[in-house]
Write a protein that binds this ligand. Structure first.
Ligand code: FES
Length: 157
């Protein structure tokens, strides 16, 4: 007899499939809830979601990588996203990048060792007339200078 091992994450996903249904359109709300509850969507969760929705795991992974608010890897407690789009570029983004990376000792795309901050780039934050713009979790900061960026980082650390 085949014994299928289950864990609490499987149970949680089964409840979500029950709630949202087994259609393809259920994938995004299920991913959003797993992201909200666990801060990222593990390989195991991706496999289980694919199995329960009867779709290929690559489809689950490609949706996660398409949306910047979904993560396939654990991230820091605070997500700092700097706009990398052209207007912010022209308004001095590179100097802000250098100051932030120097202050934290990590590069964009990385997380501090203490797990407090993950640095990411974002596309236009809709504040182009006040760039460079930065998003710290849900809060937007504008007209950044290297000094202002360091002050903001220190306030979230
Ligand atoms: S280009 Fe940076 S906020 Fe729009």
């Amino acid at each position: 007899m085949l014994v299928v091992e289950k864990n609490s994450l499987t149970d949680e996903i089964e409840v979500l499939v029950e709630k949202y249904g087994k259609e393809r359109s259920s994938l995004l709300p299920i991913l959003q809830e797993i992201q909200r509850n666990h801060k990222y969507i593990s390989d195991f969760a991706q496999q289980e979601i694919a199995r329960l929705l009867d779709i290929h795991p690559v489809e689950v992974y490609s949706v996660i990588t398409f949306y910047s608010f979904l993560n396939a890897k654990p991230k820091g407690r605070n997500i700092v996203r700097l706009c990398r789009t052209i207007t912010c570029d022209l308004l001095g983004k590179e100097n802000v990048v250098a100051a932030i990376e120097r202050e934290l000792g990590i590069k964009f795309g990385e997380t501090t060792k203490d797990n407090r901050i993950t640095l990411e780039y974002a596309n236009c934050l809709g504040m182009c007339d006040q760039g460079p713009a930065l998003l710290v979790n849900d809060k937007v900061y504008t007209e950044l200078t290297p000094e202002k960026a360091v002050q903001i980082l220190n306030s979230v650390r």
